[in-house]
Design a protein around this ligand. Structure first.
Ligand SMILES: [Zn+2]
Length: 384
C-alpha cells in the first residue's frame, strides 16, 4: 500500500446514493458518480518519497499499486505576456506527452488492484497514447475506440506501438464514447477521460500542489483547455484540498477554454439554463483542436460538473476560433514551446475579454496556462 493515501467513497452527483468502485453511473438515477475523498490530514499534501504522481500520494485516492513512468512534476516557466504575470505549466512534457498520464498512472494502478485484465477507453488521441503507455508499463491489455472525426492517426500509431488494440469508429468523440461503455460491461476498466470513471479526475489534484510549491502559493487564475473538463475539476479540487488544509490562503479562478468549432460548455455557460443548453445538439465543425472537441452527446450531464466547478471558483468559460488557436500555437512555438492546437487554446483564451477580466489587469496577478499536450505527436498540426 502506498503510504498516506486517502480513503474514498463513490457518490452520485444527483441523488447522493453511494456505489462501490468500479462504478460508472448511479444505479438508481443514472447520473454521473464522483469520489468523496477523506479530508487531508495535517501535512498530507507535502511531497514524499514516491516517484511521478506518487510523490504526492497523500493527495490521491488509496490504491495498492503505484504504477509510474515519472509523470507529473512538470516544469512551470514564465512567459513575458500582457499585463499579468503568466506562466506555462508544461503538461506537454509528461512521459506520453500529455496531462493524461497523471490519470493513467492512477487507472493502471487501480486495474491491478482490482485484478482487471485491461483498460478500455474512448479517445481523441492523447488518452489513447497515455492508456496504451501505462497499460504496457503495468502488463495490462488496452483497447481503444477512436472516432474518424478526431483525425488522430499519428497518435493511434503510437498507441499501437505500445501493443494496444485500436478500433476506429465512424463519427465524433461521442460515438467512440458509446462503444467504450459497451466494452466496460465485459469486465474491462473503462478509463475514458471524461467523468465516466469517477477515479480519474482525482489524479489531477497533485497538479495544484505542484503549482503551490512552484509559485510559493496559489496562482490567481488557471486557464485549462476543456473537452468534458475533468482536468479543470480535478485541479480545482486539489486547490480546495490545500485551502482546507491551510496550505494556501486562496483558491484560483478557473478559466475553461474550448474551440468554437465544438463548444457545448462555452455555450451552456452563457445561457440561463445549463441543463437545457446542454441537452440541445451541438454542431461539430472541423477543428485543429480535436483533442478537446467533445460534443457530450449522450452524457451532457457530465458537463454540469465542469460548469459548477467553474462557477464555484468565480471563473469563466470561453470559446476561441481557429485563427486564434493557430496564432497562439505559433506564438508559443516561437518561444520554444511546441504544443498541440488544443493546448494553445489556453494562450488564445488570455486575449478574450472574459478571461482578461479575471485578473482585472492587475500586474501582480499570476496566471497559469496548462499546456496540456505536446506538438510532436501531431507534426502535421504543428503549424508553419
Ligand atoms: Zn443517483
Amino acid at each position: 500500500m502506498t503510504p498516506g493515501q486517502r480513503d474514498y467513497a463513490v457518490r452520485c452527483t444527483a441523488c447522493a446514493a453511494t456505489a462501490t468502485y468500479p462504478a460508472y453511473r448511479c444505479a438508481g438515477c443514472g447520473a454521473p458518480l464522483v469520489l468523496d475523498l477523506a479530508a487531508l490530514a495535517p501535512g498530507q499534501h507535502r511531497p514524499g518519497a514516491g516517484i511521478g504522481v506518487w510523490r504526492y500520494a497523500g493527495m490521491l485516492p488509496r490504491t495498492g499499486h503505484a504504477v509510474s513512468l515519472g509523470e507529473g512534476g512538470t516544469a512551470l516557466v514564465p512567459l513575458s505576456l500582457g499585463p499579468s504575470t503568466v506562466y506555462a505549466k508544461l503538461e506537454s512534457l509528461n512521459p506520453s506527452l500529455s496531462f493524461k498520464d497523471r490519470a493513467m498512472a492512477l487507472a493502471a494502478s487501480a486495474a491491478l488492484d482490482l485484478g482487471i485484465e485491461g483498460l478500455v477507453l474512448a479517445s481523441s488521441g492523447n488518452a489513447a497514447v497515455s492508456a496504451a503507455t501505462y497499460a504496457a508499463a503495468a502488463g495490462l491489455r488496452c483497447r481503444i475506440f477512436c472516432a474518424t472525426g478526431s483525425g488522430a492517426w499519428a497518435k493511434l500509431d503510437v498507441a499501437r506501438a505500445h501493443g494496444a488494440d485500436v478500433e476506429v469508429v465512424e463519427g465524433h468523440y461521442s460515438d467512440a464514447y458509446r462503444h467504450a461503455t459497451t466494452a466496460e460491461q465485459a469486465g474491462w476498466l473503462n478509463v475514458t477521460t471524461t467523468y465516466r470513471n469517477p477515479l480519474l479526475a482525482e489524479a489531477y489534484r497533485p497538479l495544484a500542489a505542484e503549482l503551490v510549491e512552484q509559485l510559493g502559493g496559489a496562482p490567481d487564475v488557471v486557464v485549462v483547455p476543456i473537452g468534458a473538463g475533468p482536468l479543470l475539476h480535478g485541479v480545482l479540487r486539489g486547490f480546495q484540498d490545500l485551502y482546507a488544509a491551510g496550505a494556501t490562503t486562496s483558491i484560483p479562478r478557473m478559466a475553461g477554454v474550448q474551440a468554437a468549432a465544438c463548444a457545448p460548455l462555452a455555450r451552456a455557460w452563457r445561457s440561463a439554463d445549463w441543463r437545457a443548453a446542454l441537452s440541445r445538439p451541438v454542431d461539430v465543425a472541423p477543428t485543429a483542436a480535436a483533442a478537446i472537441a467533445d460534443a457530450l452527446h449522450g452524457y451532457a450531464d457530465e458537463g454540469l460538473l465542469t460548469l459548477c466547478a467553474v462557477r464555484d471558483s468565480g471563473g469563466e468559460i470561453v470559446a476561441v476560433d481557429e485563427a486564434a488557436i493557430t496564432a497562439a500555437q505559433h506564438e508559443l512555438a516561437h518561444r520554444g514551446l511546441l504544443v498541440e492546437p488544443a493546448a494553445a487554446t489556453a494562450l488564445a483564451a488570455l486575449a478574450t475579454p472574459a478571461v482578461a477580466a479575471l485578473t482585472g489587469a492587475d500586474p501582480a496577478a499570476r496566471v497559469v496556462l496548462l499546456l496540456t499536450g505536446h506538438g510532436a505527436k501531431e507534426p502535421h498540426r504543428a503549424g508553419e
